[in-house]
Design a protein around this ligand. Structure first.
Ligand code: ZN
Length: 265
């Protein structure tokens, strides 16, 4: 794990990259901050989490770090120990953790509960949606640390790296670490309700678009040509044919649209 800092003092905010080793976009954003060292109005902790997995360009070495929290100092796995170290580093921080996916190109935010922090900060980020995942928080970083996760775009793409950079700067501006103003936008909020499993097969297909409602009776995915049909309407989130080993993705409800009042100058 690499830990660095912008500014002096004890940071209350942190930017976290590389929780998954096959998602390099956030690492680029952190490295750029370290190269440029912009003057900050409050100290910021910068973390590249799973360096061993990043070096091997794999999601993890022993187990998925973002399902391993809180971890343990004597855990038998690399990620089990790393989870514990990461929690210690982030204990008193609001963390901004960057990811990328195989399912959706447009950035969106993932939060564990729609609290004040989420309501205030997420509409100031260049994201198209906020996804609330408290039903599936077990083992994830935000089960232990106050965290906003962002999905920056498609894994390994140049666009995801550019998005990670923009998202990080917006976050640091929104929390008052970087100077300037953010643009607030109206934001749809989704809550994950179900896992959409997939059976062992050679080929997988997904027929629907993420964040676009699927009607009851619509076919939405297939495993080896065996089609799955929606029993009830739902919004697909993080759905992709091959993004995860054992699930297609998640079903969500649309909860509300967060509207932001016009800001006074
Ligand atoms: Zn990830």
């Amino acid at each position: 794990m690499r830990v660095a800092q912008l500014g002096s003092g004890t940071p209350e905010i942190a930017v976290v990259a590389g929780v998954h080793g096959d998602e390099p976009c956030g690492v680029r954003a952190v490295e750029r901050l370290l190269d440029e060292r912009p003057p900050v109005k409050r100290p910021v902790k910068l973390i590249v989490a799973n360096e061993a997995a990043l070096e091997r360009r794999v999601r993890f070495v022993d187990e998925d770090l973002n399902r391993t929290f809180p971890g343990h100092p004597d855990a038998p796995t690399h990620e089990g120990q790393l989870a514990h170290q990461l929690v210690e580093e982030l204990e008193d921080c609001l963390a901004f953790s960057m990811h990328s996916t195989q399912s959706h190109a447009d950035p969106f935010a993932i939060v564990n509960g729609i609290n004040e922090t989420a309501r205030e900060l997420v509409p100031q980020l260049p994201v198209a949606a906020m996804v609330e995942t408290s039903n599936f928080a077990e083992g994830r970083l935000f089960s232990k640390v106050n965290t906003i996760e962002v999905e920056c775009g498609l894994q390994g793409s140049e666009t995801a790296a550019q998005n990670a950079d923009r998202l990080t700067r917006s976050f640091l501006t929104a929390v008052g670490a970087l100077p300037g103003d953010t643009v607030a936008r109206d934001l749809p909020v989704y809550q994950l309700t179900d896992v959409i499993g997939k059976t062992q097969a050679d080929t997988y297909e997904v027929f629907v678009d993420n964040f676009t409602e699927v009607d009851a009776g619509d076919p939405f995915a297939a495993a080896d040509g065996d089609t799955q049909v929606a029993e009830e309407p739902f919004y697909p989130v993080l759905m992709s044919p091959n993004g995860y080993r054992d699930v297609f993705g998640y079903a969500a409800d649309k909860l509300e649209i967060l509207t932001t009042p016009p800001t006074a100058d």
